[in-house]
Design a protein around this ligand. Structure first.
Ligand SMILES: [Zn+2]
Length: 420
């Protein structure tokens, strides 16, 4: 290929012993940071083609080739500030502002510091020099502080006593979390509405964070029901919004009314109720009204439902503002009854466990495809598991499946089983 003019990497080398393989991996590792492109590992292959069929393969994975992954790349940079973001449920999350540093293919400018306990455990202070790496080569992470580089005037970090968005005093949870409990906090409203419109929720195309922020800023929406009162002329007047995209947004809002009860419950953003639990609630109760009177015992009888999930559900539906919101959504024509969207019963009696990241589907999409076909998605592998659907970076569930002899399938095989 090189003779034909293709650009090929200069590192291909024949090794005769395991020692030579290790030596070569180390040599490439040393050159890694100076390369004009990013690499995360080395592939070792048996190059005698006649040996390959004899060595064979393991469920589609050749035994004559293996990837070695380098440990995550780490770099030093300066932590110039700590800012605080307010999440959908009011949790305040500290974020490290970093001097930009190039790491595993992208420029990193910020990293989450999770909570005050994380900051205290690592004694992270503004002005510190910190070592940053990417967890799983994706999410930037502050690994440690270089204490010898600490400025003399650096002081231990404290979380703010008031919410940076609304200025109300914050409360400390039983966990490490600090929370703003103001139900009309603008930052929470924004996150809530972005969640409401998101793909796995009401799936309102074009209603992302930027638009939601503008709509709130212009006083056009104060809760989810207000989305359904928007008119094309309201939207067309916003920054960077043409008439065409305004029409598209209004159409997407209209279409979302038929999203279904399961998506609606998920979209409400009840704490601890994810897409799967929302779907279980929808199929169990059949309509949104039944949830206002649901008791703990009945909720806990739903498979995979625990006392905490039941408590948050009851709490959410006991708020007067929930009653108001649901009434307005119903009046706007949003579907609040469950229509069983069963596609077939191809998976009746089968239990699937998902692990790792699938190449094209989200976990929620795969789970929906399983339940639509009468199957069950479970979170732990046992001898009763029918299939383990494994993606990239599959962990202990995959190991356990292999130990128990549970068949492991990839996304392509799964889609085939779904008849797609
Ligand atoms: Zn607030």
């Amino acid at each position: 290929m090189s003779r034909l003019g293709f650009r090929v990497i200069p590192f291909i080398k024949e090794a005769r012993t395991a020692g030579e393989v290790t030596e070569h991996i180390n040599a490439i590792g040393e050159k890694r940071s100076g390369l004009p492109y990013d690499i995360d590992g080395v592939v070792i292959k048996v190059n005698d083609l006649s040996l390959r069929p004899r060595i064979g393969e393991n469920s589609g994975r050749p035994k004559w080739a293996v990837a070695y992954k380098f440990p995550p790349e780490a770099k030093l940079t300066k932590l110039t500030d700590i800012t605080v973001q307010v999440g959908r449920t009011g949790v305040l999350t500290p974020l490290a502002v970093l001097e930009p540093v190039r790491l595993a293919g992208t420029t990193v400018r910020a990293a989450t510091l999770h909570n005050i306990d994380f900051i205290k455990a690592k004694d992270i202070r503004i002005g510190d020099t910190v070592e940053v790496s990417k967890a799983g080569d994706i999410i930037p992470e502050v690994r440690r502080v270089v204490l010898s580089e600490r400025p003399a005037d650096a002081v231990p970090y404290e979380m703010p006593a008031v919410c940076p968005s609304c200025g109300e005093p914050v409360v400390k949870d039983d966990e490490a979390a600090v929370r703003c409990t103001n139900s009309s906090c603008p930052a929470q409203l924004e996150r809530n509405l972005v969640h409401f419109a998101s793909r796995d929720a009401m799936n309102i195309d074009g209603c992302g964070p930027a638009i939601v922020k503008l709509l709130i800023g212009q006083g056009l929406i104060r809760d989810a029901a207000d989305i359904y009162k928007l008119k094309a002329e309201d939207v067309a007047g916003l920054d960077r919004m043409g008439e065409k995209s305004a029409d598209n947004l209004i159409q997407a809002i209209e279409n979302s009314k038929k999203a279904g009860l399961d998506r609606l419950i998920y979209a409400l953003g009840i704490r601890n109720i994810g897409a799967k639990a929302a779907s279980a609630l929808a199929s169990h109760f059949g309509n949104i009204e039944a949830l206002f009177t649901a008791g703990e015992e009945e909720l806990c009888s739903i498979p995979d439902f625990g006392a905490i999930m039941a408590e948050y559900t009851i709490n959410f539906f006991s708020h007067p503002q929930t009653r108001r919101l649901i009434d307005e959504l119903t009046a706007a024509g949003v579907v609040t009854k469950y229509e069983k969207s069963a596609v077939s019963d191809a998976f009746a009696g089968l239990t699937f466990v998902l692990t790792g990241t699938l190449p094209t589907m989200t976990r929620e999409q795969a789970e929906a495809m399983i339940t639509e076909r009468g199957g069950k998605a479970s979170s732990s592998v046992s001898k009763n598991t029918s299939f383990v659907l494994a993606g990239e970076k599959a962990g202990s569930k995959l190991t356990k499946a292999q130990a128990l002899g549970v068949p492991v399938i990839d996304e392509a095989e799964f889609l085939g089983m779904c008849g797609m």
